[in-house]
Design a protein. Structure first.
Length: 169
């Protein structure tokens, strides 16, 4: 019984870097991590949308989190990865790839060690941050990835590849 209670107080997060910050996502939202491959650009897409990739026959939009968060763009490196994740938007699951400078590990964080993000003085928009975890004397920003993109942004990403495909036909 006590062991079951301990399991409930632990959450698993995939950690990744953007610039010098360590971020994380709840592993339940992560489908897989891919090396950067051929990303097809989509005309007239927002600046933060890098393009689309083929993941086992499915078209998956890829966004550049650095651009979305207002960081300088950098060239992809051997460590750059695409995190394929599932978001919930208006009750529907949306699959999306997000570029990260590097992906590190899955970590366990005690839910009690996660604090609410500060309301002021933060570098990142607080509505994007679910909490701040403490680990090894440092901090890990836990993204609320469902809030990073608006309904209109995800609708655009969902529709644009189909429109382009129809135009090419």
């Amino acid at each position: 019984m006590q062991n079951e209670k301990a399991k409930q107080s632990i959450a698993l997060y995939l950690t990744f870097r953007l610039d010098q910050e360590m971020f994380s996502l709840d592993v339940s939202q992560v489908r897989e991590v891919l090396e950067v491959s051929n990303i097809t650009r989509v005309p007239r897409a927002p600046e933060y949308m890098r393009g689309v990739i083929n993941v086992r026959g499915a078209v998956v939009p890829v966004v550049d989190l650095r651009t979305k968060f207002g960081l300088d763009q950098v060239e992809d490196t051997q460590y750059t990865r695409i995190i394929v994740m599932e978001l919930e938007l208006d009750g529907e699951d949306v699959v999306l790839g997000a570029l990260a400078d590097s992906v590190h590990e899955v970590v366990e964080l005690d839910r009690e060690a996660v604090e609410a993000p500060p309301k002021i003085g933060a570098r990142w928009r607080s509505e994007y941050i679910k909490g701040i975890g403490k680990r090894d004397g440092g901090f890990i920003l836990i993204l609320d990835i469902d809030r990073v993109f608006t309904g209109e942004e995800l609708a655009f990403m969902d529709q644009k590849p189909a429109e382009e495909t129809e135009a090419a036909a």
